[in-house]
Ligand binder design. Structure first.
Ligand code: SF4
Length: 426
């Protein structure tokens, strides 16, 4: 029997749904100052929305769902001329504004102004296939060498104070082996890095055994923005990432997930929560711990938690001391913590932190042509059908499809393909 790397039955299914979610996604501009290889969006100069349009989108989101935070993405949102006003507007509505950026346009002054406007957190997208710094310092740097850049941004936020700091990286078949080192780096900076997200690369490639249709019109595959003319590995799954991380950290244990729309045991968003000091991880918090936190937060705030504040993340010791009686994983971590300070009582002075690690597995093709998306997509965004005037929430990872074809493309197994369409994961 095949080894079960993650057992869905032992995980907490995050309670997020379409109407009540941790996150909503907003793109005030499609302009970017990078052209990342794996990007899902066209880079369009001067594509900034007006502030009125942005406010209208916010009204629409609020009419459709409760949301703990709004990820302001793009394009790069720091190029959006009204970014400070937009952050202030989201904050005014009682939602946490999170800026998803490559960081290039971030200066100390802009950061300070964004903090004053109410920014809650940043997610920096940094990986080695962004074409970053052509001719400059970051050209040709691998994932580990880019940790210096990650640290630069983490320290910048820490100096400004009380801003949540996350990093996203797209993971490709040839960069998968860096995951243990990235997880280790995040541990070393657990005091200022609150979340690491690994997004598994997806693109449309010539070897996919499907034809693409908009309605009954067949689409030529290389018209689709996110396509590659060469063969690529586009079916890495969360289990591959976990297997890789466990090479170095055998005790690595995810606790919660979002399933796929077509498969209950697809781990579309796979969340691991760990607790420790900068030099030692005491343990991985379990499904029941996350259920407790998510339920308590919802009871208090009437919405589901997505990003926790840096202050909350630094309450590791209080968590160990207060929650050990009600949670097995906390009890286990407390045992390790007591041993740790038992051998050197001065260690009791060290702060204990919590940190989140997420693996995101976007679209998967089923052999019958069905597409499995993240159930209760947290990164859902606004789209207006210009023909009918209808406004909708659509998957941001595939926004180019309704923009280009007026609808999401559907896939049909290619009859002439010699290949058996074996696309389903696991
Ligand atoms: S469906 Fe796409 S946009 Fe939604 S969460 Fe998954 S990857 Fe992100």
């Amino acid at each position: 029997m095949e080894e079960m790397i993650i057992d869905a039955r032992k995980l907490y299914r995050l309670p997020w749904n379409m109407a009540d979610n941790g996150i909503t996604w907003m793109e005030p501009t499609a302009q970017c100052n990078l052209n990342c290889y794996g990007c899902y969006r066209k880079n369009i100069k001067d594509s900034h929305k007006t502030m009125e349009e942005a406010k209208h989108e916010l009204d629409f989101y609020e009419s459709q769902r409760k949301s703990d935070c709004i990820s302001i993405a793009g394009g790069d949102p720091l190029l959006y001329p009204h970014i400070i006003e937009l952050v202030a507007e989201i904050k005014r509505r009682g939602i946490k504004p999170i800026v998803n950026t490559n960081g290039i346009a971030l200066t100390k002054e802009l950061l300070h102004d964004l903090k004053k406007a109410g920014v809650f957190g940043f997610t920096f997208h940094i990986d080695s296939k962004q074409g970053r710094g052509r001719g400059k310092d970051w050209e040709g740097k691998n994932e580990l060498e880019l940790n210096e850049l990650r640290l630069h941004y983490a320290e910048m936020l820490a100096a400004e104070g009380n801003i949540s700091c996350s990093f996203n990286s797209t993971v490709y078949a040839d960069t998968l082996h860096y995951l243990p080192e990235l997880v280790d780096w995040a541990h070393k900076h657990i005091d200022i890095v609150h979340t690491m997200v690994f997004i598994l690369f997806r693109y449309i490639t010539p070897d996919l055994p499907f034809d693409f249709y908009a309605g009954d019109k067949k689409i030529i595959f290389d018209e689709i923005h996110y396509h590659s003319d060469r063969e690529e590995v586009t079916n890495l799954v969360a289990q591959d990432a976990v297997k890789e991380i466990r090479r170095r950290f055998p005790e690595f244990e995810p606790a919660a997930f979002l399933n796929g729309t077509k498969k209950a045991d697809d781990f579309k968003w796979l969340l691991t929560e760990r607790i420790g000091t900068k030099d030692k991880i005491f343990g991985y918090l379990d499904n029941k711990f996350l259920e407790m936190v998510m339920s308590a937060y919802h009871l208090k705030n009437d919405r589901y938690l997505s990003y926790a504040s840096p202050k909350t993340n630094s309450l590791g010791r209080a968590t160990l001391l207060n929650a050990w009686g009600i949670n097995k994983s906390v009890r286990k971590a407390l045992g390790k913590y007591l041993k740790y300070i038992g051998t050197n009582p001065l260690r009791a002075l060290k702060k204990v932190h919590m940190q989140s690690l997420m693996v995101i597995q976007p679209v998967d093709f089923m052999s019958n042509g069905d597409q499995s998306m993240c159930d209760a997509c947290p990164d859902i965004t606004y789209w207006k059908d210009e023909k009918t005037g209808e406004e909708k929430l659509v998957w941001s990872c595939r926004l180019e499809e309704p923009m280009q074809y007026g609808e999401f493309l559907h896939t049909v197994p290619r009859k002439t393909s010699g290949k058996k369409p074996e696309m389903e994961n696991q």
